[in-house]
Design a protein around this ligand. Structure first.
Ligand code: NAD
Length: 456
C-alpha cells in the first residue's frame, strides 16, 4: 500500500501549483478519462462479469454508457459553468459589482461501494475534475477485479499527483479518513455514512453522502397495471436488486394486487426466462455473506414468484414475497437484493401517513393516473427523488440533481450538480474607488433614517 500521507501531500502540492484551475487542463483530463474508458472497454466487461456476473448489456447501459454521457455533457457545458456568476446590487451598494466565483475545494476523497463499482467511483470523479480538484479514489474491496482494473487504468492515464486509486477495505478507508481532505464524497450505506461524517468533522471537511434506504413503490388502483409491473420488474431486478434506488417493497392497492402480481410474473419471465437461475446474463449476489443475509428473508411471507437460489454461483432468482407485514425481518432493513415484498393498502391517506413518519428514503415511486393523488403523495412524503409511473429513470437525467435527504444522504450530483458539489461558491464584491457613499460611516444620518423606515 502506498504511503497515504505522502500521496495526499503530493496531491496538495500539485493542487497548489494551480494547474487544475485552468479550463483547458480540466477538459484535457476529462477527454483522457473518456479515452481511458474506450481503451479499456473490453477489460471492464470482463471485470464486471467476474465481480458480479454482469452481462455486457448491463455493464454498457448502467455503468460505461452513463459515464460517457456524463463526460460529454460536462465537456460541453464546462466553460459556461466556470464563468463568474453576476449577482444583483442593492441600492445600499451603489457603485459595486457583485459576483460569485466557483473555486475548487482542493484535494478530494471519493469512496465507492461495490454495486456499480465502476460507475460510482468514476461519476463523482467527473465532477471533481470538472471543478478543478485532485482525487484520491477508494473503490470497494468486494469487487476486486474492478478495483484492480480501476487502479491500473487510472495509473496508466493520470499523474498520481492528480488522480490516484487506493485499494483496500474499511481499514484502508479509515486510514484515508485520518488525512485532511478538502472534500469527501461518499457512496455507501447509512451506517458507514455516519462514520464518514464523524471523521470528516474532525477536520471540518464538507461531505456529500450518497446513502441508501428502503425505497417504496406505491401502485394505486387507477394505475396502468401492465406498464407498472414491467417498469417495477425492470427497476427491481436490474443488477439483481443491488441498486441504491431499486424499489425495496411494493405498496399495492388491494383491488389491483392480483392483477399486478400476475403481470409481474409475466414480465419476469419475459426478461429473465423460465428459469432465471440458469440465465447467464443474470447478475449474482456480490458475496456469500450478502447471499446468506438475503436467503434468511426467504422464509418471510409467502413466495409467489421465484425463490430458487444457487449457493455455489451466488445466484438468487427474481422473487416476490406476498403476505408480508411490517413486523417481518425483511421490512426492518434495506433489502438490496432480488427479493420484493408486497404489502397492500386500502386508502392512500393511510400509507402516506405511515411513510411520512419513517426514515426518508432515497427514492419513491408512485404509479397512478390521477394528478391529484400524485401531488398528494409527493407533497406529503419527503425522500431523495423519484418517479411518477416509472422507476430508476430519474437518476439518468443529467438535469436532475441525484441525492438523498435525512438518512438517505445529503448533497447531490450528476450533470451540473456534480460540478457545483465539488465547487465552493466564493462571493466577491468589487467596490468603486471613484466615489465613497458615506451611508455606513458613523455620524451619518442617512443609514439611520433608511433603516428606521425598513423596520416599520
Ligand atoms: P458500505 O457502506 O459497506 O461500503 C462503502 C465503502 O465504504 C466501501 O468502499 C468500504 O470499503 C467503505 N467502508 C466500509 N466500512 C467503513 C468504515 N467503517 N470506515 C470507512 N469506510 C468504510 O456500502 P456497500 O455495501 O459497499 O454498498 C451498499 C450500500 O450503498 C447500500 O446501502 C446502498 O443503498 C448504498 N448505495 C447508495 C448509492 C447512492 O447513490 N445513494 C449508490 C450505491 C449504493
Amino acid at each position: 500500500m502506498q504511503d497515504i500521507t505522502m500521496l495526499v501531500e503530493q496531491q496538495r502540492s500539485f493542487f497548489y501549483s494551480g494547474s487544475t484551475l485552468d479550463y483547458r487542463f480540466r477538459t484535457k483530463q476529462l477527454k483522457a478519462l473518456k479515452q481511458m474508458l474506450q481503451r479499456y472497454e473490453q477489460e471492464i466487461y470482463i471485470a464486471l462479469k467476474e465481480d458480479l456476473n454482469k452481462s455486457s448489456y448491463e455493464a454498457l447501459t448502467t455503468e460505461i454508457g452513463f459515464l460517457h454521457m456524463e463526460i460529454d455533457y460536462t465537456i460541453k457545458h464546462l466553460k459556461e459553468w466556470m464563468e463568474l456568476e453576476q449577482a444583483d446590487t442593492p441600492i445600499t451598494h451603489k457603485g459595486t459589482k457583485n459576483y460569485i466565483q466557483k473555486e475548487p475545494y482542493g484535494v478530494t476523497l471519493v469512496i465507492a461501494p461495490w454495486n456499480y463499482p465502476l460507475h460510482l467511483a468514476i461519476a463523482p470523479t467527473i465532477g471533481a475534475i470538472a471543478a478543478g480538484n485532485t482525487v484520491v479514489m477508494k473503490p470497494s474491496e468486494y469487487t476486486t477485479s474492478t478495483s484492480s482494473l480501476l487502479s491500473k487504468m487510472i495509473y496508466d492515464t493520470f499523474d498520481t499527483n492528480f488522480i490516484a486509486v487506493v485499494e483496500g477495505d474499511a481499514e484502508v478507508s479509515k486510514k484515508l479518513l485520518e488525512q485532511k481532505f478538502d472534500y469527501i464524497f461518499f457512496t455507501g450505506s447509512t451506517a458507514v455514512g455516519k462514520i464518514i461524517m464523524e471523521q470528516a468533522s474532525k477536520h471540518l471537511t464538507p461531505v456529500t453522502l450518497e446513502l441508501g434506504g428502503k425505497s417504496p413503490v406505491i401502485v394505486d388502483k387507477d394505475a396502468n397495471i401492465d406498464l407498472a409491473a414491467k417498469r417495477i420488474v425492470w427497476g427491481k431486478y436490474t443488477n439483481a436488486g443491488q441498486t441504491c434506488v431499486a424499489p425495496d417493497y411494493i405498496y399495492v392497492h388491494e383491488k389491483v394486487k392480483g392483477r399486478l402480481l400476475k403481470a409481474m410474473k409475466k414480465h419476469i419471465k419475459a426478461f429473465y426466462g423460465k428459469q432465471p437461475i440458469q440465465n447467464n446474463d443474470y447478475v449474482r449476489i456480490v458475496s456469500s455473506n450478502h447471499f446468506k443475509r438475503l436467503e434468511a428473508f426467504l422464509t418471510n411471507g409467502t413466495i409467489v414468484v421465484g425463490g430458487d437460489t444457487d449457493k455455489e454461483t451466488l445466484i438468487m432468482e427474481p422473487t416476490i414475497l406476498d403476505n408480508i407485514t411490517w413486523e417481518d425481518p425483511i421490512m426492518q432493513e434495506e433489502i438490496f437484493g432480488p427479493l420484493l415484498p408486497v404489502l397492500t393498502f386500502s386508502t392512500l391517506e393511510e400509507i402516506v401517513d405511515r411513510l411520512k413518519r419513517m426514515d426518508k428514503s432515497l427514492a419513491l415511486y408512485y404509479f397512478g393516473e390521477k394528478e391529484k393523488n400524485q401531488h398528494y403523495v409527493f407533497k406529503h412524503i419527503s425522500f431523495g427523488g423519484g418517479c411518477i409511473n416509472d422507476t430508476l429513470y430519474h437518476l439518468a437525467n443529467p438535469h436532475l440533481p441525484f441525492g438523498g435527504v435525512g438518512t438517505s444522504g445529503m448533497g447531490a450530483y450528476h450533470g451540473k450538480y456534480s460540478f457545483e458539489t465539488f465547487s465552493h461558491r466564493k462571493s466577491i464584491l468589487k467596490q468603486t474607488t471613484k466615489f465613497d457613499i458615506p451611508i455606513r460611516y458613523p455620524g451619518g444620518k442617512i443609514a439611520e433614517s433608511i433603516l428606521k423606515r425598513v423596520m416599520k
